[in-house]
Design a protein around this ligand. Sequence first.
Ligand code: ADP
Ligand code: MG
Length: 228
Amino acid sequence: MIKASNLHRSYQIGKKRVEVLHGIELSIEKGERVFLCGPSGAGKSTLLYTLAGLERPQQGSVSIAGTDLYALNPKRQAAFRNINIGYIFQNYLLLPELTALENVMVPGAIGGRDSEKQAKEALERVGLSERADHLPAELSGGEQQRVAIARAVVNRPAVLFADEPTGNLDSRNSGEVMKLLLGLAGESGTTLVVVTHDPSLANSGDRQLIIKDGSINPALVTEVSQRC
Ligand code: ADP
Ligand code: MG
């Protein structure tokens, strides 16, 4: 479902060049639920952005469901992402002036569709029907993240990415949000890639990928057995 080949990404900071992705090779099967772990600054967010089509690598390619993401022109790529990819951020990134329901309708609106019915269903799936008319400021952190999850799954994407989705939540809410993500993905056969620091949460998927030492090297991406 997700194939990355020879991904390279570096940043120039002053005179220093920081190599973040060093020729990453990655293959994730349809329906697999993968946790991506590693210390702060290791390149987890950079890799997730790159896999989701949000940041073009300097070299290499990413294919999602057989489509080469970076070979598409920007308009087609945006349309492809809108239908096939859901993305969840640590700080939710809800639009503050829109209600929960309206936030969940945003992907539909971007795609030119009226998605009120699907948005209501998505809010129901995350257990927030009662909060449909609330603004983000009127919701707890855990509830805001569940709205963001509803927004990410409203189009029933084939692939769902989540970058430290529980990073701002206490342990009870973290457990609930992670259970919700795994459940939603499991139900619909969605491929899920989640970044987390938390070893107690990272054991609940099908596989863990570890990124180390501030950069990524195929030799350092260890499959299974290693704890986050
Ligand atoms: P992680 O998510 O694992 O904490 P990131 O992917 O955010 O790591 O960052 C990896 C490295 O790339 C860090 O050293 C960070 O400082 C650097 N980096 C990330 N984004 C930028 C940017 N836009 N400009 C310069 N350096 C960046
Ligand atoms: Mg990060």
